[in-house]
Ligand binder design. Structure first.
Ligand code: ATP
Ligand code: MG
Ligand code: MG
Length: 429
């Protein structure tokens, strides 16, 4: 991909925008870009430099992202809305072409990495609550004030706030910026490695604390308590990645969202709005608390991943109202005229609060309260889902801590009545 039209190759110490930004180390990459930690010599701060591939379709996409990010920055002068801040943008000419570059505030690891570091065990509910507040504040701003739908909300697109920048002075913050390309040493010698090491250490401070805590809790053979890993850290995070975002009145794509976070109306092609983000938000909240994706649809014998996805939704949430099931442009592919799935006939109902207790060992109270917060968001009727603003008022977000894992319950046989069906289902493994 480092060819004409593709990525721009960057080396540590490379300078951008007439010397203003100096590349420090690579932070990550995606389909469209590479992202570098850069030192902003004008503000003496670290920033994230997103360097887009140069081919016209990537340049077009970058222009769109810049338009959205500019609107976000313009409406939030105090940078207090938990949405990524665009600092600057410019063009950079390189051997592979002209690259649009976005300068973004430097943030930390994604929530997906946080879940991984936590060994897919789920975060303590108090942390989930704090994270939910940030995301909802961000969504409320995007939806109500700007009319923007994110369309790709998921843990990977929510980044923890970095602990590096608060001190404007890089020396005080414990980081020494690299100001020029290291002489005759492209891979970095001992001295550079040392600086890089330091940068890495600081950038992953939250993560380092996790491992330290683990180490202090015992060596091989002991299972560290995953909930404790973020103890004492004020978790704040921001919504990022506006490459797919759109204006509610100017939509581009019929199919939006990453599979597991996709709302039913998107699958059925019934049209979508802000409420599609609320569905993804709810999926994300469950994943943070359990460590596992809520819906992982797979195609099977005689049915598609879409149909499996609809089945999984109904197993968790009950039968989809006929009007909704049959109302989309794609409804006929999946549902008969009674609103029953064509190819998946037997559903195993397992409501969210039971799932949390049976599979994830939540206490009855925790499960009930968390499900009360989430279930309205999982309404099959998009218009009935609460808005981000309404969610922010929910008592669950302002509750005192209740510890997960307090009361363990044995798997049970559950009897659930949904619509015309009355099934007796065995739950648990
Ligand atoms: P995608 O294929 O996901 O659309 P993309 O090319 O648009 O990728 P991003 O997802 O924006 O690129 O960024 C790629 C990676 O760079 C991210 O996953 C993240 O690890 C890192 N990154 C992006 N922005 C920042 C930031 N502001 N601070 C720190 N790291 C960042
Ligand atoms: Mg991304
Ligand atoms: Mg993107």
């Amino acid at each position: 991909s480092y060819r004409k039209g593709g990525y721009h190759a960057v080396r540590v110490g490379d300078s951008f925008a007439g010397g203003r930004y100096i590349a420090q180390r690579k932070l990550g990459w995606g389909q469209f870009s590479t992202v570098w930690l850069a030192y902003d010599t004008r503000s003496s701060r670290y920033v994230a430099l997103k360097i887009q591939k140069s081919a016209p379709q990537f340049a077009q996409a970058a222009l769109h992202e810049i338009e959205i990010l500019s609107a976000i920055a313009d409406g939030d002068a105090s940078n207090s809305k938990y949405v990524i801040r665009l600092v600057d943008h410019f063009k950079h000419a390189g051997p592979n072409g002209q690259h649009l570059c976005m300068v973004l505030e430097f943030l930390g690891d994604s929530l997906l990495r946080l879940i991984k570091y936590n060994r897919y065990k789920g975060l303590e509910l108090n942390k989930v609550r704090e994270i939910c507040k940030c995301i909802l504040t961000g969504l409320d701003y995007l939806h109500r004030e700007l009319g923007i739908i994110h369309t790709d909300l998921k843990p990977e697109n929510i980044l923890l706030c970095s602990t590096i920048n608060p001190s404007k002075d890089p020396v005080k913050s414990g980081m020494t910026p690299i100001l020029e390309r290291p002489e005759g040493n492209q891979n970095g010698g001992a001295a550079i490695n040392l600086v890089e090491k330091k940068l890495k250490q600081r950038a992953r401070r939250a993560v380092a604390r996790i491992s330290e805590r683990r180490a202090s809790m015992g060596g091989v053979g002991t299972t560290p308590k995953p909930d404790r890993s973020l103890d004492g850290i004020d978790v704040r995070c921001k919504v990022v990645d506006f490459g797919n975002a759109c204006w509610s009145d100017k939509q581009f794509a019929e199919e939006i969202q990453t599979r597991q976070y996709r709302a039913p109306e998107v699958i059925l092609r019934s049209g979508y709005s802000f409420s599609a983000d609320m569905w993804s938000f709810a999926c994300t909240a469950v994943e943070l608390a359990t460590g596992e994706m809520l819906f992982t649809p797979k195609e099977g014998q005689g049915y598609s991943d879409d149909e499996d996805h609809l089945a999984l939704m109904m197993e968790l949430l009950g039968k989809m109202p006929r009007k909704i099931a049959t109302g989309g442009a794609r409804s006929k592919d999946y549902f008969d005229r009674y609103g029953d799935l064509k190819r998946i006939r037997r559903l195993k109902y397992w409501p969210l609060d039971r799932l949390l207790v049976d599979k994830y060992k939540f206490s009855e109270t925790d499960a009930k309260k968390f499900a009360e917060f989430l279930c309205p968001l999982f309404d099959f009727e998009p218009e009935k889902r609460p808005t981000a603003q309404q969610c922010l008022q929910h008592p669950w977000l302002n509750m005192e801590n209740l510890t997960k894992n307090e009361v363990k319950s044995e798997p049970t046989i559950d009897k659930v009545s949904v619509g015309m069906r009355n099934l007796q289902i065995k739950v648990g493994k």
